[in-house]
Design a binder for this molecule. Sequence first.
Ligand code: ADP
Ligand code: MG
Length: 288
Amino acid sequence: SVPLSFFGGIGAASKQGILVKGSNFLEVLHRLDTVVFDKTGTLTVGHFSIDQITPAPEFTRDDLLTYAAIVEQHSTHPVAQSIVAAYHGDLQQYPVTNVAEKPGFGITATVNHQNVTVGNAKALKQVGIKLKNDQQVTTVFVAIDGQYAGSISVTDQPKPDSKQAISQLKQHGIKRTVMLTGDNHQIAAQIGKQLGIDEVQAELLPGDKVKVVDSLIQDAHQNKHCVGFVGDGINDSPVLARADVGIAMGGLGSDAAIEASDIVIMTDQPTKIVKAIDISKRTKTIVW
Ligand code: ADP
Ligand code: MG
């Protein structure tokens, strides 16, 4: 049965903007040893600003941004939203068909009988364009009918308390902090270092993230420890569901994310994870 103090714990948590589903989290947070984070929108703000627009010689800046925005209006990815926001004009006027989003790559569509691909280096490789994947900032590439059309670089910032959250987790006995991302190795390493994260794994597809978390769970369970995963619910609901405790951040994330998680943090503050651990420990202390 659920101890009475559990309800006190729930009350304390909800005052902090931490919503919990069920009582399983009390047991799990107490034995938490590894905390895994998704990068974009979880440790970073998830709002990208446009840095540079670099068209190929045959295109103008305007053409490039227009093609990118026409296609990206059909994506909910934070990178896509930044490109659409940077476009000033009426996107409705362009007929778009065959829209196909590929998580971890980007999006393709037919615009005016042309096949347009908008995404990372891996996405362009799929239409036969080989690019280096060593960009220092997140870069969106555009291809039109298999021809390289240019790049748009975008930047995102860590959330103001992400660094503090990592250091507080360590003070709370979390042995292993891990960041997962579909972004490239250079960008991931840079943010990981800046935030003091122990391990970084980059260029992962959503399915790869599940595999990484599965192996971290195996490691932790050998010592009766648990693994938490913190994500924003964009492309990471399967991982949220898999972790011993799934924590969705940002409050009004997708329904799928709320469904898949054990804890929902309504604010944009990763330090709330530490608050949740504190509350679970206090609740346990009252029980025993
Ligand atoms: P993260 O792990 O950082 O949350 P995702 O798995 O959602 O990232 O995406 C990985 C990478 O794929 C992004 O960094 C971006 O380069 C690319 N990407 C995904 N969707 C899009 C899109 N709609 N437009 C452009 N690039 C995209
Ligand atoms: Mg993501």
